[in-house]
Every structure is written in C-alpha cells, then in structure tokens.
Write a protein that binds this ligand. Sequence first.
Ligand SMILES: NC(=O)c1ccc[n+]([C@@H]2O[C@H](COP(=O)([O-])OP(=O)(O)OC[C@H]3O[C@@H](n4cnc5c(N)ncnc54)[C@H](O)[C@@H]3O)[C@@H](O)[C@H]2O)c1
Length: 253
Amino acid sequence: MNRFDGRVAIVTGGAGGIGGASARLLAEQGAKVVVADIDEAAGAKVTAEICAKGGEASFCRVDVTAYESVEALVQFAMDTYGQLDIMFNNAGVFGDGLQNVIDMPMETYHRTIAINQHGVYYGIRAAAAQMRERGGVIINTASIYAFIADRNQFPYHASKAAVVGMTKAAALELARYNIRVVAIAPGMIDTGLVDAWRADERVWNTIQKAHMRRKLGTPEQVAQVVAFLASDEASFLNGHAYCVDDGALSFKR
Ligand SMILES: NC(=O)c1ccc[n+]([C@@H]2O[C@H](COP(=O)([O-])OP(=O)(O)OC[C@H]3O[C@@H](n4cnc5c(N)ncnc54)[C@H](O)[C@@H]3O)[C@@H](O)[C@H]2O)c1
C-alpha cells in the first residue's frame, strides 16, 4: 500500500524544479498527478517521465494568472480522475531586472503579484470549491523571503508574505470542510529560478553561506516535505508556513 493510493493531486509549476520533483514523488508514492504549467514542453516531459516509471500522470496547461484557466485545471482533474485530494499551488517567478521600491517598472510589480499571489489565491479558491464535499489538503509555496527582506526584490517579498497570510486565513475558513491549508517556505533551492546567480562566483558563495551547512537545497529535499504535508501523517498540521531552509532564518550572518 502506497502513501497516496487512491488520491489525486494537482501540482502547479509542475514543469519546474520544486514542482517537478514533487509531482514525481507524489506519483511514486501512489498519487494520480496532474502536472500543470504554462510551459507545455517541459510539463509534458515531466509527465512522460512519471508514466515511464509506471506512475499515473497527465499534463494540463495552466496560466495561474487567469482564474478561468485555474478553474479549467481543477475541472480537468475532476474529468480525468473524478476527484481532487491534494492541491499544490507552487507556480512562481522571481523576476529579473530592477525590482526596487522606487524605480521598478510597474509592470514588473504587477506581473510578480499576478503569478505568485493571485495565482495562489485562484488555486486555493478553485480547489476548495471542489474539496469542500470530501476534504483535502492545499499546500502553497511561499519562501523564507516572506519573513526577511533583501534589497531589490520588493515584489517577490510582497507576494510571498501574501501567500503566508492567505494560507492562515484560508486554513481558518476551510477547516469546517476538513480542508487543511499549509505553506512551505523554502530557502535557496537549486532550480532554474536561481540560475541567474550561478555565473557570479561571489554571489553564488554568498547564497550558499546563507544556509547552516553552506549549500543550497535540492528540489528533491523540498518534495519530501511537500509529500509529508500532503499525507495523513501531517493530519494535525494546519495554517502555518514551514521553513525548508537548512536553518537559514535561524542565525545571524
Ligand atoms: N528555487 C528557490 O530558491 C525558491 C526559494 C523559495 C521559494 N521558491 C518558490 O518555489 C516555487 C517553484 O519554483 P522553482 O524554484 O521550482 O522554480 P522553477 O522556475 O523551476 O519553477 C517554476 C515553474 O512555474 C511555472 N510558471 C511560471 N509562471 C507560470 C504561470 N503564469 N502559470 C503556470 N505556471 C507558471 C514555470 O513555467 C516553472 O515551470 C516558486 O513559487 C518559487 O517562488 C523557490
């Protein structure tokens, strides 16, 4: 008997680092997984890998900035697998270029908020509307940047703090339907999202040193936490954001 036998999961950002690793692990542990992403080619690849290993997965294109698209994604899961038990609202961007309070183009701000914040709200809303009949788990990807500030990353901080706030408020409201809502707050994880910093050795060293064991995390390490939070073993966990950061927030640098 696998941990997630008989369960259906949606993973947004499922084509990416954390989402891809989580989709693979959930499927390995028995879930039927809808890999959802705006990047069709990469999403189809993750889906094919899962199926090739004997797992059950389907790809559905989604743009999390459009509520109709997220609703259609949830409907796709219902039409394909007949239920929805786990919603992992994970799609997100870091953004590039100027991101400081005064000079940042408004478009940069709005785009980051649309994906990282509105996208999570739409996912909570569409999933909960289905889950309220039989309960479920909603996991949102925040960041340690919800809790601390760095320069030139203003919209990212704003959006991830909002994810933590939405997690608490939704958990409280949805408790009556036996829907748990939790968030993960990763430190720096070695995915495409941090590629821009890899080339500069000085910057890369600083990022590594931000963690107690001076290394970035892997998407697979985060996926293990996601699977735990989605499982019955985590049945008393609700309404919090859990740091997955090798202690990054716990020491002075
Ligand atoms: N990598 C890190 O260091 C780190 C740290 C903390 C939090 N996070 C968060 O983890 C989540 C996953 O990021 P990752 O590190 O795996 O990066 P990633 O770039 O590998 O994955 C992000 C995925 O989101 C998808 N996406 C972007 N815009 C979308 C949209 N409008 N609709 C649907 N999908 C869209 C991308 O196509 C991509 O596949 C993000 O929310 C990110 O903010 C990452």
